[in-house]
Structures are given as C-alpha cells and as structure tokens.
Design a protein around this ligand. Structure first.
Ligand SMILES: CC(C)(COP(=O)(O)OP(=O)(O)OC[C@H]1O[C@@H](n2cnc3c(N)ncnc32)[C@H](O)[C@@H]1OP(=O)(O)O)[C@@H](O)C(=O)NCCC(=O)NCCS
Length: 363
C-alpha cells in the first residue's frame, strides 16, 4: 500500500504547523516523563524556534504532508563538523535529528519515512552519522529507532539531590532565582555548564559560579567599579550575574588563576538586528595591565567566530577615557555620544559613548 502522505523540505509557510507539532511533542514528553518535561505556551515555542534557527543557521527540516496538512516533521542540525583540537571526543560529522509526528498520525509509517529522508539529507550534507537523544521514558520512540538500526552509545544520567527550585542563588521568589530556576534557552547557551571557557593571551574567561560570590562582591565594591557599574549595589549585581539571565552570558575573568573581574555578552537574537553587546569590569589591582583589553578581544573573537556575529557594541561612559582607549585598541570605533544615557551613583544621567566593531576589524 502506498503511503497517503509525502515527505518534502519544510518551508516558511509550514512554521505554524511545526510549532503545533512541537507543542504536541511536548505534551507527549510531559505525559511520559513529567519530572523532566513541561508544556510551554505556543507563543513561547514559536519564539524559541526562531532563536534556535538564528543559533543554528545550517539546520534544516523536512515535513510529512497529508491532504495539504503537515502531520510530521524532522529537524536536522549538523553537529561535529569542527572540533577543538583539545577535545577527546572524535569530531564525527553528524546530523542531530528531532522527530515529531501528529498524535493521530502515529503508527502509520510517518516516523519511519521521515527518518529515512533525514538519513538521506544527512548523507547529502556530508554527515556520516545520524544522532538523536531520547527520553528513556519514551519507549515507543525507542522501539522505532531500534528497528531502524540506531544504537545506544551513551547514557544521560541524573539523580535528585534537592527539591527543585528551592535553593538557587538570589533567594526564593527573587527575580534572580526566577531566571535561575527556569533558564530560557535563547541564542546563547544559558546553562552555566555550557558557557565555554576561553583562553586569551593574558586572561582566561570561564563561567562565573556561586563559589565566586565573595571575590565578585569585592570587585563590585571596588570604588573604580562602583563609579561605573549598577547603581543598585554590589549584592544585587552579584546575585544577577551569578544567576545568569536569559539575555546575558556571564564569564569570570581570571589572570593566572586569580579572580580579576567579570565580562558579559548580551546577544540580540532578532535576525534583523543581530549583534552582541559586551560589558566588563576588573578590580583596580588588575586594571592598566592590558587584561581588560585582552578579555574584550578574546570575547569579541568568540562572538564573531563561534557565535557568528557580524557586529559588536560597547557603551562606556563618555568620560571613561581608560575604557574607551582599551576598546579602541581592540578595534572598536566611536559611533556617537548618547546624551544623558545612564544614571550614575550621583543619581544624575551622564553621557555614554556608543562604540561598535564589525567582523574583520578586530585587532
Ligand atoms: C575599562 C577596563 C576594562 C580596561 O581594561 P584594562 O586592562 O585596565 O585596560 P588596558 O590596560 O589594556 O588599557 C588601558 C589603556 O587606557 C590608557 N589609559 C589609562 N588611563 C587613562 C586615562 N585616564 N585617559 C586615557 N587613557 C588612559 C592606558 O594607558 C592604556 O592604553 P595604552 O595601552 O595605549 O597605554 C578596566 O580598566 C576596568 O575594568 N575599569 C573599571 C570598570 C570599567 O570602567 N568598566 C568599563 C565599563 S564600560
């Protein structure tokens, strides 16, 4: 019997149906494994998918269509085409697949057909493997993948060690805890586990963690930092930086293993305005030795080369001559003065200097 559906590449017109499929898939996962899965709002799924596309521009998708309706999809994300020479895991060019079939179309061969097409897509795109991750509770899907010849090559394990969302930084109910307990993954990897450690010439950027709190507070209380940083005070700043935020990725700046300060990146994910902004502060003991310049240069390189940005911005106070000089050394150019841009500790609004750096201009 010939199938009563066709598999074809997804188009922009399929997006609403694909959001619905992802929603249906979330319902299925939350029903088989409610401790680890939830069902997001439709709008949130749509936004999440837009952000994912920006983060993974090489990805693709195929859909199954029956009677003019999208009844299944498989999303395709190339992985392992490049790897750090220091990474022990072999860089095997692969395509990571995510399969969803509409509930009323399950067990009718749609999943098998989509997986077959996904394997062809992977082959055509130079991948030698198709990979996927699977909730252990999703036994129906496990059965399908085993039948198709997929093998288990690793296990994702976890163990409950405390009640959920009760002991993050910032205290129960604080905005910091809220974003910590429910990290929303957008273009940047928000999970502190996945914030990369990046070595510059003089500094190391590594994820900022709870254990940094005391050292971080000391830097935030340094008068030269108080002058230019968050007027709401060191405690709140530290809470927010450690908790992370849906809009920010935060690193500690280390010099020879010593905590020198922090640098952050904010990535704008609207594809029409895509860019990233950088902020930095170092304690006075580490200022004036080229560490800040190296930290900004190192993060800028990461944002261009790994995150794929074409434009970066910084916005020092117009009076912060040292910061402006430092950013100029990296290649940032002054764009213009933003008048009465930010409020200072004296409660007055001061001018800020907008600076930007385009890919290819990094020095
Ligand atoms: C701004 C900051 C990140 C720069 O990092 P840094 O490691 O101190 O910078 P560097 O030592 O690489 O470079 C500073 C440059 O400014 C110059 N400089 C220092 N004081 C200056 C001043 N008052 N006027 C003009 N230039 C000055 C230095 O001579 C040096 O330039 P050079 O290498 O050409 O001689 C760091 O000083 C810092 O954290 N300051 C406190 C917080 C802050 O201002 N953050 C920025 C918020 S936007």
């Amino acid at each position: 019997m010939s199938p009563d559906f066709v598999v074809r590449p997804a188009t922009a017109e399929d997006e609403a149906a694909m959001v619905e499929l992802e929603h249906a898939s979330a319902i299925h996962h939350a029903s088989v494994d409610p401790a680890r899965w939830r069902v997001p709002e439709i709008d949130a799924i749509a936004r999440y998918r837009r952000n994912r596309r920006v983060a993974d521009p090489d990805g693709g998708a195929l859909v199954a269509e029956a009677d003019g309706r999208v009844v299944g999809m498989v999303e395709l994300l190339p992985r392992g085409f490049t790897a750090d020479a220091g990474a022990a895991r072999m860089p095997i060019p692969s395509v990571d697949v995510g399969l969803s079939v509409a509930p009323e179309w399950r067990r009718r061969g749609v999943g098998t057909a989509l997986m077959g097409a996904a394997e062809e897509w992977a082959h055509e795109h130079g991948a030698s493997r198709v990979i996927l991750d699977l909730a252990a509770a999703n036994t129906g899907a496990l059965h399908l993948y085993e039948r198709l010849g997929y093998e288990v090559h690793g296990l994702l394990m976890d163990k409950v060690v405390s009640a959920p969302a009760s002991n993050g930084p910032g205290g129960v109910g604080s905005p910091a805890l809220e974003s910590y307990a429910h990290p929303r993954i957008t273009g940047v990897d928000r999970d502190p586990e996945s914030v990369p450690t990046i070595d510059g010439e003089k500094v190391r950027l590594r994820p900022l963690v709870e254990a940094d709190r005391e050292a971080l507070l000391a830097v935030l209380r340094d008068p030269s930092v108080v002058e230019v940083w968050d007027t709401r005070g060191a405690e709140l700043s530290a809470d927010e930086l450690i908790a992370g935020d849906e809009d920010w990725t935060v690193w500690a700046v280390e010099v020879d293993g010593r905590f020198a300060g922090s640098i952050q990146a904010a990535e704008e994910e609207d594809p029409d305005y895509r860019h990233a902004g950088i902020d930095i502060f170092l304690s006075s003991a580490f200022q004036g030795h080229g560490y800040g310049t190296d930290a900004v240069r190192t993060l800028a390189r990461h944002l261009f080369e790994v995150r794929g940005h074409h434009r970066l911005t910084m916005d020092p106070a117009a009076s912060n001559a040292r910061a402006i000089r430092s950013y100029e050394k990296v290649g940032f150019k002054p764009v213009g003065v933003m008048r009465r841009y930010e409020r200072g500790v004296d409660r007055n609004f001061h001018d800020g200097l907008l600076m930007d750096l385009l890919a290819g201009e990094l020095r």
